[in-house]
Design a binder for this molecule. Structure first.
Ligand code: UDX
Length: 437
């Protein structure tokens, strides 16, 4: 199929590449000429395992190209909208200006029977509004909403073989046409019997925010248990194991630590709350404010634990911060708990040296005042405390005996509860986890 993808950020670049990998003829469009130039050379603008390889082979096959000209979307049957919906500067609501602009700029190039497919995460009600815009244009095109559930770090795999497909489509013939086109786009996933939910716009929009709200709730739930464990002497990791054996609960997403971040979970729960308030049902998701608050408290806890573990005034101490990205296998520092912890410790006067296998460049752009090092040993050397805040394999695999010879004081704050506490203690370390004795 001929496909256009409008917006080539984390979502769009991966989607465009994955669609070409599936055999479609794809043009990726973005207003950022620098981004388009890099993508055209097969060089992703962010770190995503496996993406460069898929981009290069798709470009070489002739099935994938990139452009800054929206007119190049003309001739495609399916047009994916994959632009960002960040949090507004002055409120918790989602900023829809990029989605609106993308659809508006696309409308003149739509032909009879074309399908515009929204993938961006939007407040419920957006699709109905955009559908009216498309209908009013008289192009004969229609709209579907097809939320994306990809996880950074596994984005290509999640796009090529999703764990479910959701189509929000209009009623009647238009809806059948949209479903048929999307089934053709996702023919390989359909053939693999991927669960498919065909529904209305509102449900499709809500599926995405509900899923992210649930995941955020699960993480903050276990982090709340960590807070209780901290005042009662219990061990939250054992608690998570024990409740996780109940299939109704499940162990995944029950890792207590410094909390969630990234470009989705934090902003999506805030935008959901804002939208529910607009709809007069703020109380229904008021608990999400608590989820957000618990999450932010965990960052503070890591900072407090670190400061109180120092045997000296914080402004005379060196703290080694291991991790900057919001999770491993990503260079994304949007709303990253790790970067936040580093910034807060620096703000308290500590000499902070931070390292990360991928996220230093992005961190430096936002916080040039921090000291960064690409050398793990140099980061650790002379430290009065080590704070692990992103569980990259190279940090998890550190040898406590060797690292003890580098630091000034062997104190480690394990912000992800990922290290073997007994091995670190046996090597002479003061080991401090979250919600663990
Ligand atoms: C998430 C959703 O998983 C995905 O389906 C959606 O489309 C976009 O948002 P992503 O932001 O890539 O994906 O990250 P995810 O792997 O979900 O992790 C989110 C955050 O939660 C990370 O900061 C991670 O460190 C944290 N987390 C996750 C925990 O603190 N504990 C856990 O047990 C799991």
């Amino acid at each position: 199929m001929k496909i256009s993808v409008i917006g080539c950020g984390y979502l769009g670049a991966v989607h465009a590449a994955a669609m070409a990998k599936l055999g479609h003829d794809v043009v990726g469009i973005d207003v950022d000429s620098g981004k388009i130039a890099r993508l055209s050379e097969g060089r992703p603008v962010f770190f995503e395992p496996g993406l460069a390889e898929v981009l290069i082979s798709a470009i070489e096959s002739g099935r994938l190209r990139f452009s800054t000209d929206i007119a190049d979307a003309a001739g495609a049957q399916v047009h994916f909208i994959a632009v960002g919906t960040p949090q507004k500067r002055d409120s918790h609501a989602a900023d829809l200006r990029y989605v609106d602009a993308a659809v508006q700029s696309l409308v003149p190039y739509l032909a009879e029977g074309d399908l515009v497919v929204g993938k961006s995460t939007v407040p419920v009600g957006t699709a109905a509004r955009l559908a009216e815009m498309i209908t009013a244009s008289g192009s004969g095109a229609s709209l579907a909403w097809n939320p994306e559930f990809l996880r950074e770090g596994f984005a290509v795999k999640d796009t090529v073989s999703p764990d479910r497909l959701v189509y929000g489509v209009p009623a009647g013939d238009e809806g059948e046409h949209a479903t048929a086109l999307l089934n053709e786009v996702y023919a390989s996933a359909i053939a693999a019997e991927t669960p498919l939910v065909v529904t209305d716009y509102a449900t499709a929009e809500l599926v995405k925010v509900a899923a992210n709200a649930f995941l955020a709730t699960k993480i903050s739930f276990i982090n709340a248990m960590a807070e209780i464990a901290e005042v009662s002497g219990a061990d939250v990791t054992q608690l998570a194991d024990a409740i996780g054996f109940d299939n109704r609960i499940g162990r995944r997403f029950l890792n207590a630590g410094v909390g969630f971040g990234g470009g989705c979970l934090p902003k999506d729960i805030r935008a959901f709350t804002a939208r529910a308030e607009e709809l007069g049902r703020g109380e229904s998701v008021a608990f999400l404010k608590e989820i957000d608050a618990i999450n932010l408290r965990r960052r503070q806890r890591v900072v407090d634990l670190t400061v109180s573990s120092l045997g000296r005034p914080v402004h005379t101490a060196k703290v080694a911060v291991l991790g900057l990205s919001f999770k491993p296998h990503s260079d994304d520092v949007r709303d990253s708990p790790a970067l936040d912890v580093a910034v807060q410790l620096r703000g308290l006067g500590a000499e902070v040296v931070a390292t990360d296998p991928q996220a230093i460049e992005n961190s430096r752009l936002r916080h040039p005042q921090l000291t960064y090092s690409t050398d793990l040993d140099e980061t650790l050397r002379g430290a009065d405390a080590v704070v692990l805040v992103t569980e990259w394999p190279e940090f998890r695999e550190l040898d406590p005996v060797r690292v003890a010879t580098l630091v000034r004081t062997p104190t480690i704050v394990d912000g992800r509860n990922t290290l073997d506490a007994s091995a670190w203690r046996a090597a002479g370390w003061t080991y401090l986890g979250l919600g663990r004795p």
